[in-house]
Design a protein around this ligand. Structure first.
Ligand SMILES: Nc1nc2c(ncn2[C@@H]2O[C@H](COP(=O)(O)OP(=O)(O)OP(=O)(O)O)[C@@H](O)[C@H]2O)c(=O)[nH]1
Ligand SMILES: [Mg+2]
Length: 298
């Protein structure tokens, strides 16, 4: 992936500035990661590693923690060999097959595999409980919408504005990991339900999609794609969201029927936006009454 010249250049920086960690903004295979570590003699982390790290910092609920732990274990399982060869080299060991090294790897791999199975069983329980809740919700007879979109688009802020709830909304990546449900009063005795969900990101690690199944199953409702229109890269992010929904097995028709809202219009004060075209601000409330009316008639 990286040419000799580039690696030489990185190595020069690493040596002259005494750098001890390289973060690569790409997904590295375990082999690529190992080769880089061998060449540079420092720790290397890839994009997947960083994202999982952020997720584990944000996870608060038991379910969130389980999901992140699962992603982490799946990630680590594929990289066990590397961890061991490092150890081997430090001890000046040789590479004979069946030595203590092999045994250690086998052991670690088995422990990890057992843990993965345990977590998956726990998550299955979560999923069936969620299923029950969804059934109850369906009985309650009001339409529910799920907010989806790129991380930091303003889903939680919009959720709070609509439901008057207090879901944490901060300008950091992946603030929300757990879904939350709320009720919105639309006037004239009409209610709808909304769900706040985990945000997406470009090149999302497949382990995360796999691990967040319980969360992504909430996407059976009508989807509302929240887009940060003040972001110059918003078109790309809109595409990424659609890609990830496809990866999460959301049907084409559902994606086609998705409602799109353009949020944060207050950050572009010199442009005029039409409320009719789902331009909103979850911060000032601009366009939200119009939007609610649309949902009522959906
Ligand atoms: N100016 C302005 N800021 C907003 C608006 N909506 C959200 N924000 C801010 O944008 C940041 C991200 O908002 P969140 O609601 O946490 O975004 P999110 O989509 O839930 O992000 P994740 O949970 O990471 O997926 C926060 O600092 C919000 O206060 C808006 O309409 N205008
Ligand atoms: Mg959020």
């Amino acid at each position: 992936m990286l040419g000799k010249g580039i690696i030489g250049e990185i190595l020069r920086h690493v040596t002259s500035k005494k750098i001890n960690l390289l973060i690569v903004n790409a997904v590295l295979s375990p082999r690529q990661q190992k080769n880089l570590e061998d060449k540079l003699k420092i720790k290397v982390i890839d994009r997947t590693g960083v994202i999982i790290e952020i997720f584990s910092k944000r996870a608060k609920s038991k379910e969130g923690k389980l999901q992140v732990e699962l992603a982490e274990l799946i990630y680590r399982k594929s990289r066990l060999v590397r961890a061991w060869t490092h150890l081997e080299r430090q001890r000046g060991g040789t590479t004979f097959i069946g030595g203590p090294g092999e045994l250690q790897i086998e052991l670690d791999r088995r422990l990890i595999q057992e843990k993965i199975i345990r977590i998956k069983t726990n998550l299955k329980k979560v999923r069936s409980r969620r299923n029950q809740q969804r059934k109850l919700r369906r009985k309650s007879n009001f339409k529910t919408f799920a907010l989806v979109g790129y991380t930091n688009a303003g889903k939680s802020q919009l959720f709070n504005y609509l439901t008057k709830k207090n879901q944490s909304s901060r300008s950091v990546m992946f603030e929300t990991l757990d879904t939350k449900t709320g009720r919105v009063y639309l006037g004239k005795n009409n209610y709808i339900g909304v769900i706040d969900t985990v945000g997406f990101i470009n090149n999302i690690p497949t382990q995360l999609i796999e691990s967040f199944k319980a969360t992504l199953e909430e996407l059976i409702y009508v989807l509302i794609n929240v887009i940060d229109i003040s972001d110059i890269d918003y078109k790309n992010k809109e595409k990424v969201t659609i890609e990830i929904l496809k990866m999460a097995n959301i049907s084409e028709t559902k994606i086609k029927d998705m409602i799109t809202v353009y949020n944060k219009v207050d950050l572009n004060p010199y442009r005029s936006y039409s409320k009719r075209n789902n331009f909103i601000s979850a911060y000032t409330g601009f366009g939200i009454e119009n939007f609610k009316n649309k949902l009522m008639n959906y």
